[in-house]
Design a protein around this ligand. Structure first.
Ligand SMILES: *[C@@H]1O[C@H](CO)[C@@H](O)[C@H](O)[C@H]1NC(C)=O
Ligand SMILES: *[C@@H]1O[C@H](CO)[C@@H](O)[C@H](O)[C@H]1NC(C)=O
Ligand SMILES: *[C@@H]1O[C@H](CO)[C@@H](O)[C@H](O)[C@H]1NC(C)=O
Ligand SMILES: *[C@@H]1O[C@H](CO)[C@@H](O)[C@H](O)[C@H]1NC(C)=O
Ligand SMILES: *[C@@H]1O[C@H](CO)[C@@H](O)[C@H](O)[C@H]1NC(C)=O
Ligand SMILES: *[C@@H]1O[C@H](CO)[C@@H](O)[C@H](O)[C@H]1NC(C)=O
Ligand SMILES: *[C@@H]1O[C@H](CO)[C@@H](O)[C@H](O)[C@H]1NC(C)=O
Ligand SMILES: *[C@@H]1O[C@H](CO)[C@@H](O)[C@H](O)[C@H]1NC(C)=O
Ligand SMILES: *[C@@H]1O[C@H](CO)[C@@H](O)[C@H](O)[C@H]1NC(C)=O
Ligand SMILES: *[C@@H]1O[C@H](CO)[C@@H](O)[C@H](O)[C@H]1NC(C)=O
Length: 743
């Protein structure tokens, strides 16, 4: 045996002590080797005791005087006593001096008008947390000072008897109060009386005045006689580090924290990032909060996993996690759609039945209608059949859930809705078709996509896609409401998303820099979530193939809708590739796919990486206005990161509002998304999770609401004429299905 029982116990105790000391380090408030207490008051870094200049930032020294029991703290070399240091708020609570002015028999006996001056120190009286109060029955109290501008304020209080006083209220009977201006660093009080207290000196010989923390002083009759020495008058002062802004300063905040300029003038403060806590002024002061340990800090339905700065919920098998109204929910995965897989006999039967029905209809109609009308009807019916209407109807009757979500519109309905395809209703036009705005009889607004000619061999796949897409129910995917098959080419009817495309909001004149950092993060996280859903949650992976900022629509709350599905098979595959090049979405095109023509989910990851870069830089994916080496955003972005010049190419608003750490993390993510080798790119699920974590952090309380943005939110939806390209319109994408027609 190596140790006996006693030795083992000693070892055990030692181990325990080591563990304890480790936890103590965890909550360290000072630099190593520095005293962190004076009496029972904590002195956290950047403050430190005056004896050891290594232990505090310049001017943040505290004199701990042991002449008192318990010891008292004073600011620097002065005599202003500190009651408490508030690290989080960037404030100290101090004991403030009181001014008095005393009389006897109508003659002034003694007075004290102390002058408080913090001009040389980084402290400022907080205007919202303090009040100037005067107590007396024959009192005019003035406060004068300078905070850059000279100021004078004050109040008057009078009373004729003790009986007229109301305890607890300070409203010009025996007591008065007033606000102090912003940024007060020094002040002097002057007390005068109108009548030398000659009528009241028996119960009120003196006037008193002081600055005191709001709601702390409670006036009472007995205070009229003497206030001196009775109470401490705490006041709250703001502090800041140094006299430089965050950008100019050389000392910066520790890991996992960010710097905020002081609103009192020069200097700055540090705050731990969301999801972290501790002392942000120490290099490793901010520590991750374990949200999973506290039920109140997470809203997980399933299992909770703590991550740096955030946490993740994982849902049980068979469900899919999605953010709904800012809460994570476990949502049942959509059902497996394999309606067409074993359709062979059914489809024959259905066609037969359908044709029979058609003949019946055509036959009976001839009894009522004229020849011309009959010809038209017949044409429509032919189109209906040619466009796969029977197949669709049959499939719909097979699946009750589809019946309610997808509607077959009639040609008349849509003609009426779009005012006979009026030019004024056009939302966008592309190489493959036109998108119209339509208003249905129930006043709901829809987008109607009218495509160009259809290749007949694609019909079955087209129908498949309509069925599948109408099953997709994701809040960030534009909803396909239905289709119309009675026209020469099928028409698709989508939910109308009224605030234009992401492209429009990033690049169009007048809107540049209009999106806040938080909005950008939300859009990125939502788009990634939607794509991850398409790739993995649906039983059949769906590859979008044409992710770009023009295919991300925004609603009035700037929530993203990935659009542009459904009509993909309307265009033969070989033509698409050719046109994609010509169309200029080249900036988004996965180079690996260009080479191999092998379609995988990683192509969407690549394109999404470009959208991230667009959100960060405000630059277009491909621009011939940029110098030749910078034309391609992806190459420009990656090379800027390599040369450590990332922050030079970012949009100014992004740099201002996002924390450096967050921006770097997203830039790094974007870079990984556009790796040349698709296998090295993260999956969309990984991207979505990372962005969701950052998005939680992005809901920073310190990001101020931009008034312009609020206006935009309240304002009219943008004019439809501003959609020059619209997300409903690109018909170039294909939805890859694991089953297809004809085989
Ligand atoms: C410090 O001790 C004094 C009395 O000993 C007590 O009044 C005060 O509340 C204590 N302060 C803190 C921060 O514990
Ligand atoms: C600290 O305060 C004590 C008592 O107020 C004073 O005597 C002493 O000089 C101060 N120390 C410094 C370094 O100012
Ligand atoms: C100041 O005057 C008041 C009222 O006359 C008296 O009670 C007090 O003792 C005086 N204080 C000093 C320090 O002289
Ligand atoms: C004053 O204190 C309040 C509350 O702590 C704080 O929100 C505000 O920013 C402070 N004002 C200044 C000018 O620092
Ligand atoms: C006000 O409070 C004092 C004690 O602080 C008490 O003696 C007096 O009776 C109170 N007056 C009224 C009107 O409540
Ligand atoms: C102030 O004093 C009055 C009477 O002395 C009392 O009723 C009241 O609750 C006090 N208010 C506060 C905030 O302490
Ligand atoms: C206080 O104000 C009065 C007039 O308002 C003035 O005569 C007096 O000199 C002032 N006292 C001080 C100490 O500033
Ligand atoms: C800023 O502070 C430093 C030392 O703390 C001082 O030397 C310098 O003069 C100050 N600059 C300004 C503009 O106040
Ligand atoms: C924390 O900061 C130190 C420098 O102060 C740095 O060396 C270290 O890598 C940082 N750690 C993390 C996790 O960022
Ligand atoms: C939570 O995690 C445990 C262990 O990994 C697993 O057994 C359990 O099924 C999970 N529960 C849910 C709701 O995901």
């Amino acid at each position: 045996m190596l140790f006996d029982k006693e030795e083992a116990m000693v070892l055990c105790v030692l181990l325990h002590l080591i563990l304890l000391s480790l936890t103590a380090v965890h909550a360290q408030q000072t630099l190593p080797g520095c005293e962190d207490k004076c009496g029972n008051v904590t002195v956290p870094y950047p403050f430190g005791l005056i004896e050891d200049p290594k232990c505090y930032r310049p001017q943040m020294d505290i004199n701990c005087s042991h002449s008192f029991n318990p010891p008292k703290l004073f600011l620097g070399k002065g005599n202003i006593e500190v009651l408490e240091i508030l690290l989080e708020e960037g404030q100290v609570r101090i004991k403030n001096s009181i001014a008095w002015d005393c009389y006897k028999n109508g003659a002034r006996t003694n007075w004290s008008f102390p002058w408080t001056n913090m001009n040389a120190q980084p402290y400022t009286f907080n205007d919202t947390r303090n009040r100037f109060i005067a107590v007396g029955c024959d009192t005019l109290a003035l406060i004068t000072g300078s905070n850059g501008r000279d100021y004078t304020g004050g109040c008057v209080s009078g009373c004729d008897s003790q009986q007229s006083i109301i305890n607890g209220t300070c409203s010009s009977i025996g007591c008065c109060e007033t606000l102090i201006p912003k940024g007060v660093k020094n002040f002097k009080v002057n007390l005068t009386s109108f009548n030398s207290h000659s009528d009241t000196w028996k119960f009120n010989p003196c006037s008193f005045a002081f600055i005191v923390e709001k709601d702390v002083y409670n006036f009472s009759v007995s205070d009229l006689f003497d206030l001196r020495g009775r109470t401490e008058f705490p006041a709250v002062m703001d502090w800041a580090i140094g006299n430089k802004t965050c950008k100019e300063a050389d000392f910066v905040c520790g890991n996992y924290s960010h710097c905020v300029d002081s609103i009192n003038g020069p200097g700055y403060l540090c705050h731990c990032n969301n999801g972290y806590e501790g002392n942000p002024y120490l290099p490793n002061g901010c520590q991750d909060i374990n949200e999973c340990a506290d039920k109140n800090m997470n809203d997980c339905e399933g299992n909770c996993t703590n991550t740096p700065g955030s946490y993740r919920c994982s849902c049980p098998p068979g469900t899919y996690d999605e953010v709904v109204q800012d809460k994570l929910r476990c949502i049942p995965s959509p059902p497996v759609i394999n309606a067409v897989k074993n359709r062979f006999p059914v489809w024959q039967v259905a066609l037969g039945m359908g044709l029979g029905l058609l003949f019946l209809l055509v036959g009976s109609s001839s009894l009522y209608w004229g020849v011309e009308k009959r010809r038209l009807f017949k044409l429509k019916a032919e189109f209906f059949q040619k466009n796969g209407g029977m197949l669709l109807q049959q499939q719909m009757s097979n699946r009750e859930s589809t019946v309610e979500s997808t509607k077959i519109f009639t040609a008349e309905e849509l003609e009426k809705a779009t005012n006979n395809y009026d030019e004024g209703q056009i939302l966008g036009r592309g190489g493959y078709g036109t998108v119209y705005k339509g208003i249905l009889p129930n006043h709901s607004i829809v987008a109607v996509k009218k495509s160009k000619l259809v290749d007949e061999t694609q019909i079955e796949q087209f129908i498949n896609e309509v069925v599948i897409l109408s099953q997709i129910n994701h809040r960030n995917v534009v909803k396909l409401l239905g289709c119309c098959l009675e026209t020469e080419v099928p028409l698709l009817i989508y939910e109308f998303v009224n605030n234009g495309t992401l492209f429009h909001h990033i690049h169009d004149e007048g809107l540049v820099a209009s999106l806040s950092w938080e909005t950008r993060l939300t859009i990125a996280a939502e788009t990634a979530g939607a794509l991850a859903y398409l790739h993995s949650a649906a039983s059949i992976p769906i590859i979008h193939r044409d992710i770009k900022s023009t295919n991300i629509l925004l609603d009035e709350n700037y929530r993203a809708r990935v659009s542009d599905f459904g009509a993909s098979r309307l265009v033969p595959l070989d033509q698409t590739q050719l046109t994609t090049l010509v169309q200029g979405t080249l900036g988004y095109l996965d180079p690996e796919y260009l080479q191999t023509s092998q379609l995988t989910e990683k192509s969407d990851v690549y394109s999404f990486g470009i959208v991230l870069m667009e959100l960060l830089t405000g630059e277009k994916a491909l621009s011939f206005e940029r110098p030749e080496q910078e034309r391609n955003l992806s190459m420009h972005f990656v090379s800027s990161m390599k040369q450590n010049r990332l922050f030079e190419i970012l949009e100014e608003r992004v740099v201002q509002e996002g924390s450096q750490e967050q921006i770097l993390e997203i830039a790094e993510l974007a870079k990984r998304c556009v790796r040349l080798n698709g296998d090295e790119r993260p999956t969309m699920k990984e991207v979505a999770m990372e962005l969701e974590g950052l998005w939680r952090l992005g809901k920073h309380p310190w990001v101020q609401q931009d008034p312009q943005e609020t206006e935009l939110l309240l304002g009219e939806p943008s004019d439809s004429s501003s959609y020059n390209t619209t997300g409903y319109d690109s018909l170039k994408d294909h939805v890859k299905l694991s089953f297809g027609g004809g085989r």
